[in-house]
Design a protein around this ligand. Structure first.
Ligand SMILES: [Mn+2]
Length: 303
């Protein structure tokens, strides 16, 4: 029996879960941060984002659009495998693979950025025609770091193993060799100054295929707006800039999966948690609900 006056459910946006079969988007919270190299704390990210998301409006005045969650299903939190980042990646890959095979769009909430690896591998094994669009202050392009090929500094190296089209945006922290090797697949922050959000979105659209897997490290944002990350880097994007870029890209591309990661909450300081929840809300609006965009074809597989 349902209570007559309950608090919002502990789901993304606090909506009652629909039947799994009726869901289009499946939210997978992954409270894992054992692959970080500096400050940990991102394991608290999923809880903080979901908690904030239960206390916001589900109407976008920007789009004149209200969502009701009838096609968003939030799963229980995925138990971390503390054996190794490789084993955790395999666990994420298995869960995400099931969601893809059920013809739904996975939305992962991290956790440190390494949670993206298993997700991208799951897509790489099923789709042969998609791009990984990566927002991050860091290039994450090291083959190996601190003895692991699956830590959060190696995300894009592993993504390139499984996807031939990867594009990073907002990068302002990279090692010299990486800049030389991968520079063509990176829109550096230094080059975004002076570009409008529309110009940036157009550039991304040219560099990516129709199907997009989106991986957002929240440290792509400026630490003044997003201080709650493990490895902050100055000169980041503004929230509005990132939202406008996503609106431009997602009005045309088909979003097949996504993850938002690296929120490392600061006790008692909830503004960044709400920022992350709002960013997810707007991304879903732009990709799936906006009247501006053509209906997504998330179910057609690229096999
Ligand atoms: Mn980063």
């Amino acid at each position: 029996m349902d209570m007559l006056t309950p608090m919002p459910k502990y789901t993304l946006f606090g909506f009652k879960n629909p039947r799994y079969a009726d869901a289009r988007i499946v939210v997978l919270p992954v409270p894992y941060d054992s692959a970080t190299t500096y400050k940990s704390g991102a394991r608290e990210g999923p809880h903080a984002i979901i908690d904030a998301s239960r206390n916001m409006e589900y109407y976008s005045e920007e789009l004149d659009l209200e969502i009701n969650g009838s096609d968003i299903y939030t799963m229980d939190e995925l138990e971390p495998d503390l054996g190794s980042p490789e084993r955790m990646s395999a666990r994420v890959e298995k869960e995400v693979g099931t969601i893809i095979d059920d013809a739904k769009v996975p939305l992962l909430i991290g956790g440190d950025h390494s949670i993206a690896i298993g997700s991208i591998i799951a897509f790489g094994k099923r789709f042969n025609d998609f791009s990984v669009l990566h927002f991050d202050a860091h290039s994450d392009s090291r083959e190996e770091y601190m003895g692991s090929r699956y830590c959060h500094a190696c995300i894009m190296a592993r993504a390139r193993d499984h996807c031939d089209s990867c594009y990073s945006v907002g990068v302002r922290s990279i090692y010299k060799e990486g800049a030389e090797l991968y520079g063509d697949d990176i829109l550096f922050r230094k080059d975004m100054h002076g570009m409008s959000s529309e110009e940036i979105a157009d550039k991304i659209k040219k560099k990516t295929k129709d199907r997009i897997y989106l991986t957002v490290d929240l440290d792509v944002l400026d630490p003044s707006e997003m201080p709650s990350t493990g490895t902050p880097e100055p000169d980041g994007l503004r929230f509005r800039e990132l939202a406008s870029i996503l609106a431009g890209v997602l009005s045309e591309k088909s979003l097949i999966g996504m993850d938002f990661n690296e929120l490392s909450p600061i006790g008692g300081f909830v503004a960044p948690n709400f920022l992350a929840a709002k960013l997810i809300f707007l991304t879903l609006c732009y990709a799936f609900y906006s009247k501006e965009r053509r209906q997504p074809s998330s179910h057609d597989k690229g096999i």
